[in-house]
Design a protein around this ligand. Structure first.
Ligand code: SF4
Ligand code: SF4
Length: 172
């Protein structure tokens, strides 16, 4: 992986978008390969030997943003009941999809491999909110609740009004 992204500034067709791989530093645009999203690395737990309990961290060590894009997590080894497993976990927020982990993997066919992000990732939907995540809380605050589009008619009552409607909640 070329960390200085030499292809982007010289691309004659503009096919490579500089804004997608840059951040602003002291008012200047700076190329930053860690912002690239070429794909997402996925670990196949069945063939990754670390998930069997064998020590391996080759993918972790190959990652240019180790500790962020990929971490090693502690797991109890349920099979033996008395050992630990140290397993690789990829984090979608930081993985660039560079493929260095796939290249470094020790198994016959790589147990960690890069897929296009839209294939590798699901989508929970905007209506699920992580109450413990400040970024997600901010996303909800910024939503314009008065102009939400829904397929069903929206009630004009507040949720509290429903909670106080005893007569509709209980049989007489
Ligand atoms: S593809 Fe692999 S090596 Fe590259 S950033 Fe993602 S986890 Fe790290
Ligand atoms: S290099 Fe391959 S086998 Fe080793 S921990 Fe990473 S994914 Fe698992």
């Amino acid at each position: 992986m070329c960390t200085d992204i030499p292809c982007v500034p010289v691309c004659p067709t503009g096919a490579l978008d500089e804004d997608l791989v840059s951040h602003v530093e002291e008012g200047k645009k700076v190329l930053d390969i860690n912002k690239a999203q070429m794909g997402l690395a996925i670990v196949d737990h069945e063939s990754c030997v670390a998930y069997w309990g064998i020590q391996c961290d080759a993918c972790y060590r190959a990652c240019p943003i180790l500790g962020q894009a990929i971490t090693i997590e502690f797991m109890r080894n349920e099979r033996t009941g008395k050992h630990a497993k140290l397993v690789p976990v990829v984090h979608a927020d930081h993985c660039t999809g560079c493929g260095l982990c796939e290249h470094a993997c020790v198994t016959e066919k790589a147990a960690i491999f890069v897929l296009p992000r839209d294939v590798a990732m699901g989508k929970a939907g905007d209506y699920y909110v992580k109450g413990w995540d400040k970024k997600d809380q901010e996303r909800i605050k910024q939503r314009d609740l008065n102009n939400l589009e829904t397929t069903t008619e929206m009630s004009e009552k507040k949720p509290q009004d429903y909670l106080n409607m005893d007569e509709e909640l209980f049989d007489e």
